[in-house]
Design a protein around this ligand. Sequence first.
Ligand code: ATP
Ligand code: MG
Length: 342
Amino acid sequence: MTETKFTPRVFSGIQPSGNLHLGNYLGALKRFVDMQQPEMETIYCMVDLHAITVWQDPKELAHSTRELCAGFIAAGLDPEMSILFNQSQVPEHSQLAWIFNCVARMGWMQRMTQWKDKAGKNQQNASLGLFAYPSLMAADILTYHATHVPVGEDQKQHLELTRDIAIKFNHDYGVDFFPITEPVIEGAATRVMSLRDGSKKMSKSDPSDMSRINMTDDADTIAKKIRKAKTDPDALPSEIDGLSERPEARNLVNIYAALSELTPEQVLAEMGGKQFGEFKPMLAELAVAKLAPISSEMARLMGEEAEIDQILAKGAEKARAIAAPILQHTYEIVGMVGAKQG
Ligand code: ATP
Ligand code: MG
């Protein structure tokens, strides 16, 4: 990790928008677990305020938030080692986001590819929250002075914007207050693609359930989705260059590599020459072996709703103890009368 004057602290989040999938697991959640170490402060958030930037059924939102918390724990996050909570319960995120709304520029937001993708052709009808999403995300991170943020490839642009907001705030007020955050985008599966279309990332919000492997899918469903995944007629190459024009094949190789903790090169050295008819069942078996223990633990935890709610409440309290003085200090810098640290 890069040296800064700030104590290294890890923050990241996932939206409780349902359908937690293999891309979220390999690109984010598994990385969260890797970064959870005794000497490192790790803060992981269920970002419910981000989820409602597109309409969510209230009952489903509550269910998805608890299910996501169950997923965090089942994947290996320990509420004693990491702070786990839902965003809405720490109001400092929204309060700092307002300050950042006044720092960030319209032009910065308009350039965001997630905004363009999600708002689509009808931008006039998208929520203001969806447009301001990256500013709230910057606040999520910077209200903890987080220095390292593990995310998938698709969030790189939002992290650059977080850095721009920190730089502009520090410059506008003549301080060195917010850290310049480092994105941590690592591993073989930083961008898991849709199983139906190798040019689109796997997403919770994709209308086709066949496009993704959900963390709650059973073994038969996982096997079926992999069997039906779009591929080409050729055998797997033995060298990585052979995948450059084959996005679907590359995606399956990357998934295999990430699940087995090998590099794509190592996978191809072993699998080169195999047809998909042979490779897909091997991938399905591996995916089931890795995901089944997580999904059964998630199901068990979902039967313990009170326990989950208690973990979230405790996490919010711990998170707030860090966030509140940083927000107050920000208010003080900005010149708000009455701001008091600690
Ligand atoms: P939505 O479609 O609602 O935006 P999502 O699948 O993109 O959902 P998010 O909650 O937006 O999920 O993202 C949570 C984390 O998962 C982020 O760090 C993001 O970069 C990562 N992530 C999302 N999709 C993928 C993917 N296909 N491959 C790798 N990482 C991913
Ligand atoms: Mg997303």
